[in-house]
Design a protein around this ligand. Sequence first.
Ligand SMILES: [Zn+2]
Length: 237
Amino acid sequence: MQLKFLKQIVEEAIGGPAEELVNLLSEKKDINEFLIAKRLNLTINQTRNILYKLSHFGILSSIRKKDKRKGWYIYFWTLDTFRSLEILRAKMQTEIEKLKHEFATKQIQRFYKCPICGTEISEEEALITDFLCTECGEVYVLSDNVQQIHAISKKITKLTKDLELIGAEMQIEQEKLDKKLAKIIKKVQKDKKDKRLKNTIIRKRLKQKLERDNKKAGNNAFKQPSKKIINKKKKKR
Ligand SMILES: [Zn+2]
């Protein structure tokens, strides 16, 4: 289900077929650009052009790694599924609004159509040109609104259905992202706890050492003067 929508948005972004590319990008993340070029049967430059377009569109991100043998950078690409669906949803919402407006206009206004070139204009405009087509001079005929209204209504229904499906897909993606985030937070907290525990142990050991040292020093401090005193006492005699 998701693939259909991803293909739709990627095709819109690059202005061409995206079947193979989306299949590949939806498999995993951080895909080597040379592998993408090979799978698409394109040169690396042609491939990069497509990838940059998608990255400008905000639905593809990359990381780069230095090739140790050749010394140049290789880019690894990841498709942002959530962002892709988000952009597609916004586009569909705009499209639906446009269609709804058209639907309402067609119901209250009459339109005229040129039977030769197919140009369609409102009654207001037709009155200005005396019902003659400005393109080919043919007389306009009344446009069949009923059929058009029906077609628009069908389009709106389909788009609304798709929009619901996209919403459901986005929910799934959001949950995946939330889980990932929770995992990261958990790890950070665990690391913090481990570090605290480690510090506690280190402090405890230091304290013990210090106490041992103090005790030793204390014993010496106690013993030495007493010895001296005894010695002095002995000398005095
Ligand atoms: Zn015409």
